[in-house]
Design a protein around this ligand. Structure first.
Ligand code: PMM
Length: 277
């Protein structure tokens, strides 16, 4: 079952990156103990779910070997799930998904929507757990070469709808599917803004939608002169809260963020305004 939203706002998924090289927080929680402590902190700040990942997907990143990905994520998933957290595993590998489920993960978050590993859809179907399928056009190493669109929201929706058909045919239950337009994945800044502007088209696919804009590069360039260096990722949390409010107004199911309090606060404001009599 997909966790349900509460209080008239989208759920907040806190990011636990157990990686040395994520763009936003790489290396900060690379040791299992540090990652577990970070997950607990996110929960105490009000995160509804935790997303644990062991592979950086920043543009240009190389993939870790599967054994290394398992070493990174399993102890973190196991501890946090044992403490009662709802944990999703952020992986493109069927083996990592399967082992993480054994360790207590209750959602699979695959940024490739099942495209990167032909075994993934079957593992997700067999598990009977929710599966998050993100819009994806290829691995991070060269994904930005594929950021070519005539109509971004229409193409993202068409490609997601095609993916959903494959996943349903592979046996994943309709009520277990979540879709995600994949901000920053094979997308330039203008593509991300266009997607956000037309998010209702993604919501219109008829599945719960996850939005992950947190700290992404397109938020770091706002208000700066052309050609200047973007603000560092940790200075993008206010912009993240703003995009999360926009996503909430479009009717998304959840937002995936690194820093929970600013976004949670902003979402509560949006819920208070829209829920007011
Ligand atoms: N973004 C990142 C990683 N995993 N999963 C989903 N479903 N959606 C996203 O937008 C997404 C993701 C990259 O961000 P990070 O490296 O800071 O985790």
């Amino acid at each position: 079952m997909i966790p349900t939203t509460s209080g008239g706002r989208p759920l907040v998924m806190g990011v636990v990156n157990v990686t040395p090289d994520s763009f936003s927080d790489g290396g900060q929680w690379f040791e299992p103990e540090a990652a577990i402590a970070h997950g607990r902190a996110l929960l105490s700040q009000g995160a509804d779910l935790l997303d644990v990942g062991g592979e950086s997907t920043r543009p240009g990143a190389d993939r870790p070997p599967v054994e290394e990905e398992l070493r990174r994520v399993l102890p973190v998933v196991e501890s946090l799930a044992a403490e009662g957290a709802t944990v999703s595993v952020d992986t493109m590998r069927a083996e990592v998904a399967a082992r993480a489920i054994e360790a207590g993960a209750s959602i699979v978050n695959d940024v490739s929507g099942g495209l990167a590993d032909p075994e993934m859809a079957a593992v997700a179907a067999d598990s009977g757990l929710p599966f998050i399928a993100m819009h994806w056009r290829g691995h991070s190493r060269d994904m930005q070469d594929r950021a070519v669109y005539a109509d971004v929201p229409a193409e993202v929706c068409a490609e997601l709808a095609e993916r959903v058909e494959h996943l349903l045919a592979a046996g994943i239950a309709r009520e277990n599917l979540v879709v995600d337009p994949g901000f920053g994945f094979a997308k330039l800044a203008a593509h991300n803004w266009s997607l956000l502007r037309h998010l209702e088209q993604v919501v219109g696919l008829g599945y719960p939608v996850l939005v992950g804009t947190s700290r992404k590069a397109f938020l770091g360039r706002l208000g700066l002169p052309e050609g200047s260096a973007p603000r560092p990722p940790v200075e993008r949390d206010v912009a993240t809260a703003a995009t999360s409010v926009y996503a909430a107004l479009a009717g998304v199911w959840a937002v995936r963020v690194h820093n929970v309090p600013p976004t949670l606060d902003a979402l509560r404001v949006a819920a208070a305004v829209t829920g007011a009599p």
